[in-house]
Ligand binder design. Structure first.
Ligand code: C5P
Length: 399
């Protein structure tokens, strides 16, 4: 079965008899590893209850754009950012028309307007409605804008007709959804990524570290793997499960991470330094636990090596990417890092903004290279990782 691990699927259910199949669809998406949240249109709720889909998805079902309580819990903009993919199944003829015309007349159409992520639709309707010129024109327009259309299938319909218009079978839908997340952009390439914090030991039980969650580096590693790359993830200590099909090298200190990186970059095409490496380590790590006394103590710190700069200095260096977390003068500081560390690309983010960066699920970055600076929209870290990997793949492969 295809993997949807780490993926946020926003399932939109619109009004049609096939709405009952969304219960099974949620289960299969979850079985593939996805987290699923559900939006139902008013008509969908005539066919299946929000309570059923809430129980299956494990989250309250979103139904109303103008409900202040629901907006306060997870509003339409938050839902739009949360999603890596909006899957509308079943998609009624009416919803196709509304999406096509850019309406924001209910929660689902508004979230579609507000999201930067891919939208996939599984149309389901009577065969005559599907065959209508208006429906077909809407489908053509939606496709030309990059939306994916799955199905519909042929066969017996609930209304007694036979023909095209049945919703795609749910297991086939899940396969096609998983296929949207994989590409060959980096097939044959090796990508090495550092992630998470480092820990610099003071003694056997204490260390200096930081709050990096590792989420961005892990998301990048998954995106690189999905783009077909052989992926090595050099991870500091984090609370994240090792992703499937990725070779994870666990490390603790900056010195460990440097040694692992130098080993892993042999034959690598791309190195991405997403780790929050401690700049300093204690000059001496005590062999025994440091005992408390009545006196103050001081700890001498020594500078850690710069891992990304060390990789960029190698003779046969990979395309080397660093991050710059700044609170002010984002572009000029990031540009200094680009030049100072001899990088090919710096991914800069403003950490003074609480909604993005360390430990948050969303991020907004500016891509800085010698030729240009481009700010991407705010999005969740998994979607951002996919965008970043596509951008880097284009720079490396020239396509
Ligand atoms: O210099 P600064 O720490 O702001 O640079 C951040 C970038 O450099 C990140 O990509 C980080 O992973 C990398 N870095 C590193 N080794 C260090 C310090 C930072 O690879 N010792």
């Amino acid at each position: 079965m295809s993997s949807l691990v780490n993926k946020h699927i926003l399932l939109g259910v619109t009004g049609g008899i096939a709405a009952y199949k969304s219960a099974e669809l949620i289960r299969l998406l979850q079985k593939s590893g996805a987290e699923v949240r559900v939006i139902m249109t008013p008509a969908a709720q005539e066919f299946i209850t929000p309570l059923t889909l809430q129980a299956l998805s494990g989250h309250p079902v979103h139904t109303n754009l103008l409900d202040p309580e629901a907006e306060a819990a997870m509003g339409h903009i938050e839902l739009a950012r949360w999603a890596d993919l909006i899957l509308i199944a079943p998609a009624s003829a009416n919803f196709l028309a509304r999406l096509c015309h850019g309406e924001g007349s209910d929660l689902l159409s508004t979230v579609c307007l507000a999201s930067h992520c891919q939208i996939a639709l599984a149309p389901a309707m009577n065969q005559a409605m599907w065959a209508q010129a208006s429906t077909q024109e809407n489908i053509d327009k939606l496709k030309s804008r990059g939306n994916k259309i799955f199905g519909p299938g042929q066969g017996y319909q609930a209304c007694g007709d036979t023909g095209a218009g049945r919703m795609e079978e749910v297991d086939a839908l899940v396969e096609q959804v998983a296929g949207l997340f994989s590409s060959n952009l980096l097939s044959g390439k090796k990508v090495v990524i550092t992630a998470g914090p480092t820990r610099e030991a003071l003694d056997p039980v204490r260390y200096i570290s930081n709050h990096s969650s590792g989420k961005m580096g892990y998301a990048l590693a998954i995106a690189a793997m999905e783009a077909g790359a052989e992926t090595v993830l050099i991870s500091g200590p984090v609370n994240l499960a090792p992703p499937e099909k990725i070779s994870v090298v666990p490390t603790v200190s900056a010195l460990d991470m440097l040694a692992a990186s130098l080993e892993a970059v042999k034959g690598a095409d791309i190195f991405i330094a997403a780790a929050a490496v401690a700049d300093y380590r204690p000059e001496h790590s005590a062999g025994q636990k440091i005992k408390k006394t009545d006196d103050d103590i001081s700890i001498a710190l020594t500078k850690n090596p710069d891992i990304v700069a060390s990789i960029a200095a190698l003779e046969n260096r990979p395309f080397t990417v660093g991050f710059a977390a700044e609170t002010n003068n984002l572009e000029s500081y990031a540009r200094k890092k680009l030049v100072g560390k001899n990088l090919d690309l710096v991914i800069a983010n403003d950490v003074s903004n609480q909604a993005i960066g360390f430990n948050s699920d969303d991020n907004q970055v500016t891509l800085i290279s010698s030729e240009q600076a481009e700010t991407l929209p705010i999005m969740n870290k998994a979607s951002l990782a996919t965008h970043l990997i596509s951008y880097i793949a284009a720079r490396v492969t020239g396509v």
